[in-house]
Ligand binder design. Sequence first.
Ligand SMILES: NC(=O)c1ccc[n+]([C@@H]2O[C@H](COP(=O)([O-])OP(=O)(O)OC[C@H]3O[C@@H](n4cnc5c(N)ncnc54)[C@H](O)[C@@H]3O)[C@@H](O)[C@H]2O)c1
Length: 311
Amino acid sequence: MRIIVTGGAGFIGSHIADAYLAAGHDVLVLDSLWEHGGGRRQNVPERASFVHMDIRDANITRIFQEFKPEVVCHHAAQHSVAIGSRDPVLDAQVNVLGLLNVLENSVKSGVRKVLFASSGATYGNPERLPIDERTAQMPLSPYGITKMVAEHYLRFYRNERGLDFTALRYGNVYGPRQDPNGEAGVIAIFVGKFLAKQGVRIDWDGDQTRDYTYVKDVARANLLALAKGSGTCYCIGTGKRTSVNDIYKALVEIAGFEVPIAHAEKRPGDCRDAQFDNALARRELAWTPETPLLEGLRETYAYFEKRLPPE
Ligand SMILES: NC(=O)c1ccc[n+]([C@@H]2O[C@H](COP(=O)([O-])OP(=O)(O)OC[C@H]3O[C@@H](n4cnc5c(N)ncnc54)[C@H](O)[C@@H]3O)[C@@H](O)[C@H]2O)c1
């Protein structure tokens, strides 16, 4: 199958590109290598074609017409809650108008299906856990709002233009290639601090929990969704809650040493817990999160350790 992966130079998108190539598909990565994103040219697999272009650019028409993809896996985004909150206009330009440019060109070039990276941020601070597909979406940030709006556009394009979609709502994704300078990746940030033998900062009391999903499991969901999950949104998470303190303890076990902890105030807007019910994805996509947290943490640690500059 011919597949365009937008954002395929980024953390999650590059693992998806790897998974598609391993399954025998032809992959074209379209990515602007946005300076505030996690995209790196070296993340793009060698066997994939690469086009350095913004999803808002009118020239993507030429790329779509020439490559003739059957599927577009849309992972390019303004991915930061903090940047989106400071600059909601930029957030909407990339996450809404950029998406519309991708959808319009998908229709014009005969794409069958779009896979979309949605987010747990569409839920805001839900009253009950675990979150599932019936939980009300009440996003609290411009980023969460544009991800939710995107899902509505996907439904419109399916109903009115015959373009199929699957949207995958991720919790906290972690693993190799995650940008340690990013805001979302407490695991990437902590691993970086351990390897530099520097202290970590734990906000609140550290007992706040998140649902951490290994990036290769997320990539497999994107592989399964090529053929399944028509017109549906799925929660993609492990169903397990892990606290920041637990992450710290697991990294002490992996590294074999402790680093100092500085405690800080709760960050405004931070929610206490997050946990996803993945029953629908298990049932309809045949997806299961296969990587236990400790194993994923070991692989992540080993990846960043290998990339340390020589002493
Ligand atoms: N990391 C997570 O935990 C998480 C959770 C939920 C949803 N998501 C979503 O998954 C997707 C991938 O996130 P990620 O964590 O891999 O981030 P990332 O920053 O590593 O990847 C995003 C990629 O999009 C590219 N990009 C940004 N703006 C672009 C534009 N205008 N045109 C073309 N390319 C552009 C960046 O250069 C980058 O390579 C995003 O849509 C994000 O919102 C991520």
